[in-house]
Design a protein around this ligand. Structure first.
Ligand code: DGJ
Length: 721
C-alpha cells in the first residue's frame, strides 16, 4: 500500500510487515525518514530534525546550522551540498554543475510500467507504484524515481530514469538505482564471495566501519567472484533473529554497491550499475533508465530475508509459465563426453535414460565443433558427427519418448570462425589486437546488426528442430569496453541491453522453451538472468562437498528451484570420492539432473538412479513452492542441514549431510524449524509421529531419524497426520 499525507507531504510505503517513509522537505528535496518494521504514523518528521554546524555549504541563508550531510535522501547528486558518497553524478555542457533536484509532482497507481529493454519485477494483483518527478531547472534535467511495492513478499523495487529536457548535452557519470539512508552505523555487511568453481560459497560478514565498503563487478557479468546480493544487519542478527536489510539488483552486468558510513556515523546504501568508465551522453529529449534494485527487511534474521527474496523471485522475477511447474530431469552430455559428442553417443545416453527416471537429454557443447577453438559465431552443425542434424537427432530422441535440450553460447565468437573473418569489427575491443580468452571474443551486442546477425544464424540453423530446453552459456568475461560503433562510456550497459535483447529474441524464436542460463558455471547467477530462465547452472564444480557451500551461499538470495544441481561422478574438480546417497542429497537441493556416462553404470546402479529420480519427483513440489529453513550452516561445521516446508505446513523435508566423519553424529540433537507446532507429523523413515511443537522445541536425535544403514547424506519426509 502507498499513502501520501498531503498536509505533511509524507510518502508511506507499506508491505505486509514493513514501512518505508520519506517526505518532501521544506526545500523540496526528497528526504528519507525511515525503513524497517511496519509503523502506523505517517508523520515521523521529528526524526529528521537535526541541525549540525559543519562547514557544509547550502542554500539556506537564514539557517546557519543546516547541514545536508546529516539528512537522509532518496537521491543525492554530487554538488548538491551533501558531501557524502553521491548516488548520481551528471554534467551539463561539460560542467559538473548538477545540484538542487526539486520535487515537482508525483502519481500513485496500481500495477507498474515495464522497464524497456531491461528485466524487472513483474507486477502482481496488489502491486502499486509511486512515480515522482524531480527537476534541475537550471540545467533542464528531469529525474523520475519509481517505487513499486510488493506487499506479500515484503519487497520494494526501485529504479529511476533521467531525461535531458534542455538544449545541450547532458552526460551521466554515476547513476545508482537506489539510495537508502539509515540513521546509525551499527551494522554488519553480508556479501556472497567466491570465484570460478567456488561461486557464492563464502558468506562473508564484516563489521561496518567509517568509510566505504564496496561490492562490485567489473567483468561485464555479475561474476563468479561477487554477486549483486548484499545485506546489512544488526550485529546480533543470526539466521532466525535480528534486523536484516537485504538488497539485490535485477541486472547481470557490471554493478556497484556501496555502503558508506559518514563522519556522523550514518549509513548510506547505494545500488546500481557500475560507474567505472560510465560516461553516457543524453542528447536533448533522450533518456537513460537504471536497472531495478530490490530491497526487503526482516526482523527475523537472515533466514526470513532469504525467504522474502525467494517468494519475490518466484512470484515476480521468474516467468509464471515455468516457475511452479516440474522441471526436466536432464542427462547432460558435458561431463559424460565433453567435446567428444556424437549422434551415436547421445542416442546411447538416451537409450538408458528412461531407466534412470530421466526425461530430457541435453546435448552440451561440441555439436558444431570438436574443441573450443572454433565454431562459435558460425553455428553450423558438425554433420560428420551428427549426420541427422539437430532436427533429426531431436526427432529420434522424441521418438524414444524423451525431450531434447541443446547448448548455445550466442554472445561469443571464436577467433577462428567465418563470422569473425568477415566482420572483425563485430567484437568488443579497445585495440586492433583484442584480448582473448578460451580462443573467443565477445560479440559487440551494443550494435543491433550484430544482435540480428547472430539471432538469424542460430535460428536458421535450428529451424524446424523440436527443442524443449536450451542451456545458454557465456564462457569468458568482457574485459574491454570498446566498440567500433558505440561510445566507450556506454559500452558496458549497452552490451547488457544487447544481451537481454538477444535472449528475448531467441527465446521467442525457439518457442519460449525452458532456458537454463550458465556462465562458465555460475558466473551470472542473478535476477536479470532469472527473468529469462527459471534456473541457472550453479557451478562447474560438481564435487558434492564443495557444492554444499556453493548451494548454501546461493540460497541466501535465490530460491532452491533456481539452483541447477546435477548428480555426477563427483570427482571431476577434486578427485574426491563420495557416496551415491550423499551426491543425491546434495543434488536434490535444487533443480535436479544427471551428468554421467550412463554406459559406465550397471543395471543395479541405474535402478538406484531411478529411485533417486522418483524420490525427487515426490519432493519436487517442496523445492518449487516451499520455504527453506537453514538449520546448520556448513561453515565451521562438520554438518549441513536444512528443512524445506510447504506453505500449508503439512509437509517438510529434512536433509542432513555429514561433511566430516564424526563419532557423535547419531546422538546429536537437531531442532527443526518452520513446522506448525499444533500439527502432528509422521516420519516416513521410522513411522514415528510427533507434534510440530516437539520437533521444533525438543528436537530429535539424528540417529533416530532414519531406519536403515548409517550414511553420510539422507532426507526424511515429515507429513501431517
Ligand atoms: C561451461 C559450462 O558451465 C559447462 O557446463 C559446459 O557447458 C561448458 N561450458 C561447455 O563449454
Amino acid at each position: 500500500m502507498i499513502r501520501f499525507n498531503q498536509d505533511e507531504k509524507v510518502f508511506h510505503l507499506q508491505t505486509k510487515n514493513t514501512s518505508y517513509v520519506f517526505c518532501v522537505s521544506d526545500f523540496n528535496s526528497l528526504e528519507h525518514l525511515y525503513y524497517g518494521k511496519k509503523i502506523h504514523d505517517d508523520n515521523i518528521k521529528h526524526i529528521s530534525n537535526r541541525q549540525i554546524y559543519g562547514h557544509v555549504a547550502h542554500e539556506h541563508r537564514e539557517k546557519r546550522d543546516f547541514n545536508a550531510s546529516v539528512q537522509g535522501f532518496e537521491i543525492s547528486p554530487f554538488n548538491s551540498g551533501d558531501i557524502r558518497t553521491p548516488s548520481v553524478i551528471y554534467n551539463c555542457d561539460g560542467n559538473l554543475d548538477c545540484n538542487r533536484l526539486r520535487y515537482r509532482s508525483h502519481k500513485i497507481y496500481k500495477g507498474r510500467k515495464q522497464i524497456d529493454g531491461l528485466p524487472y519485477s513483474r507486477p502482481l494483483k496488489d502491486t502499486e507504484t509511486l512515480e515522482i518527478i524531480l527537476t534541475d531547472d537550471e540545467n533542464q534535467v528531469e529525474f523520475t524515481l519509481y517505487y513499486t511495492v510488493f506487499e506479500g513478499a515484503d519487497v520494494i523495487a526501485r529504479h529511476q530514469t533521467v531525461k535531458n529536457t534542455g538544449k545541450s548535452d547532458v552526460t551521466i557519470q554515476k547513476f545508482a538505482s537506489a539510495c537508502i539512508d539509515f540513521y546509525g552505523m551499527n551494522y554488519d555487511v553480508v556479501t556472497l564471495e567466491g570465484m570460478y568453481i567456488y561461486e557464492r560459497a563464502m558468506v562473508s560478514r564484516e563489521k561496518l566501519k567509517r568509510g566505504t565498503f564496496k561490492n562490485e563487478s567489473l567483468s561485464g557479468t555479475s561474476s563468479h567472484n561477487k554477486n549483486p546480493f548484499i545485506a546489512i544487519c544488526a550485529p546480533n542478527a543470526d539466521e532466525d533473529n535480528g534486523e536484516v536489510y537485504g538488497f539485490n539488483l535485477v541486472y547481470s552486468g557490471n554493478f556497484s554497491e556501496e555502503v558508506s558510513v559518514s563522519f556522523l556515523g550514518d549509513t548510506r546504501v547505494l545500488l546500481g550499475m557500475s560507474d567505472v568508465g560510465l560516461y553516457w551522453t543524453l542528447k536533448p529529449t533522450q533518456c537513460l533508465c537504471s536497472p531495478e534494485a530490490i530491497m526487503t527487511y526482516s526482523s527475523e534474521g537472515l533466514g526470513q530475508m532469504s525467504r522474502n527474496f525467494h517468494d519475490h523471485v518466484r512470484s515476480s522475477i521468474i516467468e509464471e509459465e515455468f516457475v511452479y511447474s516440474p522441471r526436466p530431469i536432464v542427462i547432460n552430455s558435458w561431463e559424460a563426453s565433453y567435446f567428444a559428442v556424437s549422434e551415436e553417443k547421445v542416442l546411447q545416453l538416451a537409450s538408458t535414460a528412461k531407466d534412470c527416471g530421466i526425461d530430457t537429454v541435453v546435448l552440451d557443447d561440441g555439436w558444431f565443433r570438436p574443441n573450443d577453438k572454433q565454431g562459435l559465431g558460425d553455428w553450423r552443425t558438425d554433420k560428420q558427427r551428427f549426420p541427422s542434424g539437430i532436427s533429426g537427432l531431436a526427432d529420434k530422441i522424441h521418438a524414444m519418448g524423451l525431450k531434447f535440450g541443446l547448448w548455445l553460447e550466442p554472445e561469443m565468437v571464436n577467433e577462428n570462425s567465418e563470422l569473425y573473418k568477415k566482420h572483425p569489427d563485430y567484437v568488443l575491443t579497445t585495440s586492433k589486437n583484442p584480448l582473448i580468452s578460451r580462443s573467443q571474443y565477445v560479440l559487440d551486442l551494443t550494435r543491433d546488426e550484430v544482435v540480428n546477425e547472430i539471432a538469424n544464424r542460430i535460428s536458421q540453423e535450428l529451424e524446424g528442430a523440436k527443442i524443449d530446453y536450451i542451456k545458454w552459456d557465456f564462457n569468458r568475461y568482457v574485459c574491454e569496453a570498446g566498440s567500433y560503433k558505440t561510445a566507450q562510456g556506454e559500452v558496458y550497459h549497452r552490451q547488457m541491453l544487447g544481451s537481454y535483447k538477444l535472449l528475448a529474441t531467441l527465446k521467442q524464436r525457439l518457442g519460449n522453451v525452458l532456458f537454463e542460463t550458465c556462465c562458465g558455471g555460475g558466473g551470472r547467477f542473478d535476477l536479470g538472468m532469472l527473468y529469462y530462465s527459471p534456473q541457472i547452472w550453479t557451478s562447474d564444480n560438481t564435487d558434492p562437498y564443495a557444492r554444499v557451500f556453493i548451494q548454501n551461499g546461493t540460497s541466501m538470495a535465490y530460491p532452491v528451484s533456481t539452483i541447477s544441481c546435477h548428480f555426477t561422478k563427483g570427482d571431476c574438480t577434486s578427485g574426491r570420492q563420495s557416496t551415491y546417497d550423499f551426491r543425491y542429497n546434495v543434488a536434490s537441493f535444487g533443480a535436479y539432473g544427471y551428468e554421467l556416462d550412463l554406459s559406465e553404470y550397471s543395471a543395479e546402479d541405474k535402478e538406484i538412479f531411478n529411485g533417486y529420480s522418483k524420490n525427487y519427483r515426490e519432493i519436487e513440489e517442496l523445492n518449487l513452492k516451499g520455504d527453506l529453513f537453514r538449520l546448520i550452516s556448513p561453515e565451521n561445521s562438520s554438518f549441513y542441514s536444512y528443512v524445506k516446508v510447504s506453505k500449508k505446513k503439512d509437509k517438510a523435508l529434512l536433509t542432513f549431510l555429514e561433511l566430516n566423519a564424526t563419532g557423535f553424529v547419531e546422538s546429536m540433537v537437531l531442532r527443526l524449524k518452520g513446522l506448525d507446532p499444533d500439527k502432528a507429523y509422521k516420519n516416513n523413515q521410522t513411522g514415528q509421529v510427533l507434534y510440530g511443537s516437539t520437533l521444533l522445541n525438543v528436537g530429535v536425535r539424528i540417529g533416530d531419524l532414519f531406519r536403515e544403514k548409517r550414511c553420510d547424506g539422507y532426507s526424511v519426509l515429515f507429513t501431517e497426520v
